[in-house]
Design a protein around this ligand. Structure first.
Ligand code: ZN
Length: 208
């Protein structure tokens, strides 16, 4: 089968045998898929540094029947920055691994991921990336309409549990429930509360 090329970000790798690994990647052209990287555990492997978790690399591979076979790689960006938040790294990896569909390209999400990894995976960057991607994937209610009355004016509030806007007229209705509601301008993407509501939101989608 003809050799293929793609720009990829590594999601995870697992030991296959003494020298090889199975590497799960998110390809810009192909979407999510897995490859076998032969000899990658050897110190002298040229591909080793290019296939660390969250590395961005250009690769050539043989598609194979089930698993592709890596031929060579060229590193573009070596994994996450040292100042990244460890929990944010796992959140991003879980998001990509569980919410994207195998062999389905998501070019905008790919490009955004490359940028956000380069910028550093802070809690704020990670939450913004997750909300932005959920929206693009169609997992968030209409951003231009109030969650309660569906009209599109004075959408000054944000319902964190449903990741949806609420208008000033409906705010009193929501306040009677125990749902977390914020003035949009007060929403702090780096807060543990936003992270935890987003985690729950993402887990609910994964379970479905
Ligand atoms: Zn409303």
């Amino acid at each position: 089968m003809a050799i293929q090329r793609d720009s990829i970000v590594v999601i995870k790798s697992t030991d296959f045998n003494d020298a090889d690994k199975i590497v799960r990647v998110f390809g810009r052209s192909r979407g999510k898929f897995s490859l076998i990287a032969k000899g990658i555990k050897k110190i002298k492997s040229k591909n080793r540094g290019n296939l660390q978790t969250l590395s961005h690399s250009q690769i050539a591979y043989f598609p194979g029947k089930n698993l592709g076979i890596l031929r060579d790689s060229k590193g573009l960006n070596n994994g996450w920055r040292k100042d990244s938040d460890i929990e944010s790294i796992s959140r991003v990896l879980r998001f990509i691994d569980k919410l994207l569909i195998e062999d389905q390209p998501e070019i905008e999400i790919f490009d955004k991921l490359v940028d956000v990894v380069k910028e550093g995976l802070s809690i704020e960057n990670t939450n913004k990336f997750r909300i932005w991607s959920l929206n693009l994937l169609g997992f968030i209610p209409d951003k231009g309409a109030c969650l309660v009355c569906s009209q599109g004016e004075s959408l000054d509030y944000f319902d964190l549990e449903n990741l949806a806007p609420v208008c000033s007229n409906c705010i009193s209705e929501i306040k009677q429930t125990s749902r977390p509601i914020f003035l949009k301008t007060d929403l702090d993407y780096s807060s543990p509360q936003v992270s935890s509501y987003l985690d729950n939101y993402v887990e609910r989608i994964i379970e479905q």
